[in-house]
Design a protein around this ligand. Sequence first.
Ligand code: MIC
Ligand code: SF4
Length: 653
Amino acid sequence: MGKNVFEKIITKHIVSGNRIGGAEVGIRIDQTLTQDATGTLVYLAFESLGLSKIKTDLSVSYVDHNTVQDSFENADDHKYLQTVAAKYGIRYSKAGNGICHQVHLERFARPGKTLLGSDSHTPTAGAMGMVAIGAGGLDVALALAGEPFYLTYPKVVKVKLTGKLRPWVTAKDVILNVLGIKTTKGNVNTVIEYSGPGVKTLSLTERATITNMGAELGVTTSLFPSDAVTRKFLLAQGRGNEWKRIEADKDAHYDEVITINLSNLEPLIACPHSPGNVTKVKDLKKVVVDQVCVGSCTNSSFQDLMLVAKMLGKKKIHPDVSFVIAPGSKQVFEMIAKNGALDIMIAAGARILESTCGFCIGIGQAPRDGAVSIRTNNRNFLGRSGTKSAHVYLASPAVAVACAITGRITDPRELKMVYPKILSPKKFVINDRMILFSRKSETRLNVYRGSNIKMPPKLAAAVDAIDAKVLIKVGDKITTDHIMPAGRRLKFRSNIERYADFVFENVDATFVKRARDEKAGIIVAGRSYGQGSSREHAALCPASLGVKAVLALSIERIHRANLINFGILPLTFVHDVGYKTVEEGDLLSIEGIRSVLRALKKGSGPLNVIIKNLTKEKLIIARLELSPREAHVISEGGRLNAVRKLLQRSKRK
Ligand code: MIC
Ligand code: SF4
C-alpha cells in the first residue's frame, strides 16, 4: 500500500518503535524553534546537560512574545537568550524580527524535515510539507541534545479539499469550518493531512493559517503536501534549492476522510470564549464592535495585510473602533512599507504595532471592560486578551476590516466591494539582518544571566504513596491560560518560584496559598484538561508547589507530556461518577505507586489504580496509561533527571 505525506516523512525519521497506531515512537528532530516565553527554560535545561554544542541541523531562538520591556526582566531574558544562542551555535532572531512561526515559514521551514518547537503553533510550518510539532520546552532542550522526540503514533485524517474559495471567503474560514466539525475536544493523537484538488488553489501562507489553527483542534500536527505552490514560495524566498516534491501516493491509506468543498464555505467567526464556538458571520449582524486587531501567527502574512490595505483603500475606520495591525514579520513590514500599503493603513486610522505576538497573548491592547473585540488570532480563551469581561471573536482579516469600517460585526460581502484577489509575490524582500548567527559556536563566551533568571527547582524521584488533598476541582476545557496566566505575568517565565505565585490566578486566587500550606496536593479536572499552549510552566509551577497528580476525565497531548516530564502522575477517571463525587478538600490516598510504575516499565500497558477517597469513604478507579519510557521518566522525578543520568552513564563508559 502507498504512503501518505505524514508517513513518507516520519518513516525517514523514526529511531525507535513501530508505526502502529497508539504505540510510542521516537523520532529524530532536524530543526527546533523556541520563543522567549518558553525559551529561557529550554536553554537552562540544555545548559544543565553539559554539552558543548547543539546536535540539530538548525535551531532558532526567537524573541517575539514579550517585548514590552516595562522593567528589566524581559531585557534580561533577551540578553540571556542572545548569549546562550551564540555560545551553542543557535540562530537568534531579535525582538522586532517577527513572530516565530511566520519567520520560520519564510526563512527556515523545509519540506521533508522534522521541526520541534516550544510553542503549540509550531505546526504552522506543516504548510511547507514538513512534520512540525509543538512540545514542552524540556522536550525541545533534549532534541537540541540529539535525543529523540517521543510521540504516540497518531491516526491520520485526510481532509479532502475540493472546489475553490469564493471571494471574501478565506483560509481562516476553512480552518474555522474544520473546528466547527471536529471541535477543540478529543482530537489527541491525530494528524490532519490536507489533500485533494482544492489544495493547489491555496497559497503557502493560506495553508499556514490552516495548519496553525490545527493546534486549536488539539491534534499532533497538520500538514500539506509539498507541491508547485511550495516551490514557488521557496523560490520567492530565495530558497528554491530547498524544495522537494512530497505528495501522497494514490493508494495511500487514511484512518478517516472528511471532504470540504471550498466553494460552499462562507465567512465564519468563532464566538467567545473558545475557537470551537463557530458560527456564520452573517448571523451576528447587530453586534457593536469596539476593537479590531489584525495580526498574530495565524493571519499576519503579506497576503493578509495586502488584503487589509486594498479593502481600506480610501475608507476610514469607524470612529468608535480602535483598529490595530501587527505585521507578522519584518519581511512583511518592510514590504508593506515599500509598496505603499502601510500609508493606506495609517491614513485610514489604523494603529501600527511591532511585529510580535503582542495583543494575542495579552501584552498590550487589553480592551475596555465588557468590550467586543474582533481578532484574527487563534485563541479567544476567557481573559487571554487581558480583560476578563471582554468578548473576543476570531475571524479572518477580511471580516476584521469589514467590522473596523462599519463598527459592527459585518460579513465583508455586505460591503459590495470588488474582491481584491491578492497573489503571493514573485520575490519577497530578503533581509536577515535581525537574525544573528555565527557558524562556529562561541564556546568560550560568557552567558549573560540577569537576576530574573533562576534555575528551575530540582525534582525528587517518585514516591510510593501519596496522601494529599484535592487542591482544586475544575470543569471541562481548562486551558493552560487558566492554569498559568500569560499577559502581564509573562515576565516571570524564567523565575519559576515567582511565576508559581500565579497558578490558577484567574480561576481561584486562593489556590496558591492552599497549595503552599498543604505542601502536597492533587488537581481534579474534567475533559480536555490542559488545552492550548505548550507552556511547560503549567506543569512545572504546580509541581514546584507540590502537586503530585492530575486526576482528570481526559488530558490534552502536550500538557500530558509536560506533566510526565516534571514527574506529575497523569491519571484519568475510569468512570464519570468518580469525577462527580470527588470534591475540593477531599483527602485522597494512592498507594503502591512504585510497583505500578515497575509494571508499566515492563510494558504492562494501561493499569487501573485504586484511589481511596478518605473523606468520602469511597473508592475511585483511575487509569494510569504510560509507555515504559514514560513510566521510567516519572520514577526518576522527570525527564531531565532521567536523561542526565543516561548522559553521565555514557560519559563514564
Ligand atoms: C500561546 O499562544 O498561548 C503561546 C503563548 O504562544 C504559547 C506558548 C507560551 O505559553 O509561551 C503556545 O501556544 O504554546
Ligand atoms: Fe504568539 Fe499568539 Fe501565535 Fe502564540 S498564538 S505564537 S502568542 S501570535
